[in-house]
Design a protein. Structure first.
Length: 250
């Protein structure tokens, strides 16, 4: 199945001594009572930084959620400072265009989702969210983007036909300037491991193209699942975000 959802990664750089976790509950309550376009929503923590991992079926859901939490977000912005909040939005081109007037002034990164993106397994609904997101960013040298994009189909094929497909909720590439983002979502660490086997040896080609410092890796999920992945991903410089227990599938 084609994958078209719109996701946001909102990072709050919380000043030392500022309490932030108490805000999670009221935001979850807003989401549960809010737009049915929400797919998943949850907070994750890495040191003094908090990441809000959220996704919507279409751009309409993003806009509706923005209105629902407008007062709460403005209060957070006033408390920690707008300069400490960063956004990355990923989705189909048409949706991003609609969001630019709203998120562009906030400096949001807008990542255009590739049309070959996949959704091998159906997302859960109405339950606690414990899935793992992997965001891989490749910083492609000037003049090499088309060469890099030519590799997308073989990754899609391996993902779709591999052993990890049954536990893969979404998998797709997106482009922002010279950056290529691979957005991946898995049921658990076991499914991530199966996918790693499915593409074993294939990563060397893109890594050779971008160089040793041309890849960034962020992993979001429950601590117990992240701990199973650290040995494999820490040598690649992965940043791990521990998912809050209140995270939910809408």
């Amino acid at each position: 199945m084609a994958e078209k959802h719109v996701s946001l990664a909102v990072i709050f750089d919380v000043p030392e001594g500022k309490e932030f976790k108490s805000k999670f509950g009221e935001m979850y309550a807003k989401v549960k009572a809010g737009t049915p376009e929400t797919l998943y929503y949850g907070f994750a923590v890495c040191g003094n930084r908090v990441l809000c991992r959220e996704a919507y079926a279409t751009v309409k859901g993003v806009m509706e959620h923005g209105k629902e939490v407008k007062e709460e977000f403005q209060a957070i912005e006033s408390e920690i400072g707008a300069e400490r909040i960063r956004f990355m939005c990923m989705g189909p081109s048409a949706g991003l265009e609609a969001l630019k007037p709203h998120l562009g002034p906030k400096g949001a990164r807008m990542v255009e989702l590739d049309s070959g993106s996949l959704a091998p397994a159906a997302m859960p609904k109405g339950c606690t969210d414990t899935h793992i997101t992997i965001l891989v960013e490749f910083i492609v040298p000037d003049g090499k983007l088309d060469e890099f994009k030519a590799g997308f189909p073989k990754f899609y094929k391996a993902t779709k036909s591999g052993a990890g497909a049954e536990g893969c909720y979404y998998y797709g590439f997106g482009i922002e300037g010279n950056s290529v983002i691979c957005r991946e979502g898995y049921k658990d660490a076991e499914a991530c491991g199966k996918h790693a086997e499915d593409i074993k040896g294939m990563l060397e080609e893109p890594l050779k193209l971008v160089g040793a410092t041309g890849m960034k890796l962020n992993v979001v999920g429950p601590k117990a699942e992240l701990d199973k992945m650290r040995e494999r991903l820490e040598p690649r410089g992965a940043i791990f975000w521990e998912l809050d227990e209140g995270a939910l599938w809408r």
